[in-house]
Ligand binder design. Structure first.
Ligand SMILES: O=C1O[C@H](COP(=O)(O)O)[C@@H](O)[C@H](O)[C@H]1O
Length: 208
């Protein structure tokens, strides 16, 4: 069994949506079957539209979600709805989040991050189900964020870290400043565990 390693962190240059799409395309084009976990929220929308227009063979790829809001697929806040709208016809297999399901390791986990440093639906303050192993858990942010006031399903930390690599895609000056604080030693945000704890290598893609 391999020993867990401290995460290594690097900043991609450039860090724009095209560079993120290039990174994901490299994973899609690698030989064999691949498992990729896709972030939700608003940051991935541009990347999804770029991926949708590329001539990639998705037939060997399973697309999972890092997390989702407990809403119907056709609700504007549904992460699955957005990703499925972009790539539902691509030939990829989609793996739904099911509370308590054990999760197989990933080739790539694509994370976003909220202004409060939450990743997937692991919030600084939340009600959460504790379960062993890499699995899907139910969480409720405290307080509920006004832009998405919903209960959530999310991969737990073990499932998110069971990956060859993580890419963390963020936009805007305030999120960059938060990441710099965390890298310098601030542990007060969920993202800190991914950047400074044990885990796979993390590449940060940042753009305005
Ligand atoms: O609720 C969520 O928020 C984060 C960040 O979203 P953004 O809109 O600020 O990009 C996202 O990474 C997570 O997957 C999502 O469900």
């Amino acid at each position: 069994m391999t020993e867990p390693q401290p995460a290594t962190v690097s900043w991609a240059q450039p860090g724009n949506a095209t560079a993120v799409a290039d990174h994901i395309a490299r994973v899609v084009n690698a030989p064999g079957r691949k498992r990729i976990a896709f972030t939700g929220g608003s940051t991935p929308i541009k990347v999804l539209s770029l991926l949708k227009d590329r001539p990639l063979d998705w037939s060997s790829v399973t697309i999972a979600l890092t997390d989702d809001r407990c809403v119907p697929d056709d609700h504007p806040a549904s992460n699955f709805g957005k990703i499925h709208a972009a790539l539902g016809a691509s030939g990829a297999r989609f793996e739904r989040l099911e509370e308590g399901a054990q999760v197989e390791p990933f080739d790539l986990v694509w994370l976003g991050m909220g202004e409060d440093g939450h990743v997937a639906s692991l919030f600084p303050h939340m009600q959460a189900v504790v379960r062993p192993g890499p699995t899907v858990i139910a969480t409720t942010p405290i307080p509920l964020p006004p832009e998405a006031p919903f209960d959530r399903l999310t991969l737990n930390r073990k499932a998110l870290k069971a990956s060859r690599e993580i890419i963390l895609v963020v936009t805007g000056a305030s999120k960059k400043a938060l990441l710099e604080r965390v890298i310098a030693g601030d542990d007060g945000y969920p993202v800190a565990d991914f950047l400074r704890g044990y885990g796979p290598p993390v590449t940060i893609y940042w753009s305005e």
